[in-house]
Design a protein around this ligand. Structure first.
Ligand SMILES: [Zn+2]
Length: 269
């Protein structure tokens, strides 16, 4: 981490390797709200150390979604400290992250040493459609706008600044995984867009802060992916040929879209 960068008044960003994952901090009179906890106990401990320079107590943590690189440091934020996450996040742990963790540890895959002392720690405050956290002199709104990158994505809003997790990515293309909802992702971002000004500060889950214009463009690209999946499916193109058949019409490198196509086809039925 190269240091905390204040991207908006009292909103700080730390960019961490591996994965260039963003940790955001909202500074309030009562203390700090920390968004995402990184990907292991060691990384979470390092984050807690880095937070000390900010000179205020950590009041709570929020998980933008259940992927390991955003919440396997949860065990370092407790006990007794509220951790907010979407109500489906525990199911994400059970269905995806716990089996991945067990496999990585038992197979000894590269980098898995860090996983050995991860104790999966789900959020203690489960959020449905929305929740408000009061930091004394400012409030932070937590919103679930729909499914997309996962079924448990939360976005945060504080004084015109948005922290959006992996619903938007800057340092790489949007990540379509086995737990993504490629056909619903456009609507979820479309629900966010009217709330953004052109110059709104938006913090993605990976990469530099962006603005409303960037999010609009990425929403357009994600819409192209969804529409193309529907067109290819309707034309009877088999799932294994869809990437090649879509050719240059895909807005992102096709290598990253295999799960988008598979999931999209399955979700069309
Ligand atoms: Zn993710």
């Amino acid at each position: 981490m190269t240091g905390w960068v204040e991207v908006a008044d009292g909103v700080l960003q730390g960019r961490y390797e591996p994965y260039d994952v963003t940790v955001a901090v909202v500074r309030g009179a009562d203390g700090l709200l920390v968004v995402d906890t990184r990907g292991s106990r060691r990384q979470g401990d390092e984050l807690r150390d880095d937070l000390r320079v900010l000179g205020r107590p950590v009041r709570c943590a929020v998980n933008t979604h259940g992927h390991f690189d955003h919440c396997f440091g949860n065990q370092c934020f407790g006990p007794g400290m509220p951790i907010y996450g979407h109500e489906r996040l525990p199911a994400q742990f059970a269905e995806h992250e716990a089996p991945m963790l067990a496999r990585a540890v038992s197979w000894g895959v590269e980098g898995s040493e860090e996983f050995r002392d991860v104790v999966l720690t789900p959020p203690t405050r489960l959020v449905g459609a929305e929740e408000r956290v009061d930091l004394g002199d400012r409030v932070v709104d937590l919103l679930h706008l729909g499914r997309g990158h996962t079924d448990n994505d939360l976005v945060l809003h504080v004084d015109g600044t948005w922290i959006v997790g992996d619903l938007v990515e800057e340092s790489g293309p949007p990540a379509y995984g086995k737990d993504s909802f490629p056909l619903e992702w456009p609507d979820t971002l479309a629900a966010l867009l009217p709330r953004l000004a052109e110059d709104s500060v938006v913090l993605p889950g990976h990469g530099a802060a962006v603005d409303g214009t960037f999010v609009r463009r990425q929403c357009d690209d994600i819409t192209v992916v969804a529409d193309l999946i529907a067109v290819l499916h309707a034309a009877g193109v088999p799932v294994e040929r869809a990437l090649a058949e879509g050719g240059l019409r895909w807005p992102f490198a096709p290598e990253g879209l295999a799960e988008a196509v598979r999931r999209g086809y399955a979700q069309i039925g």
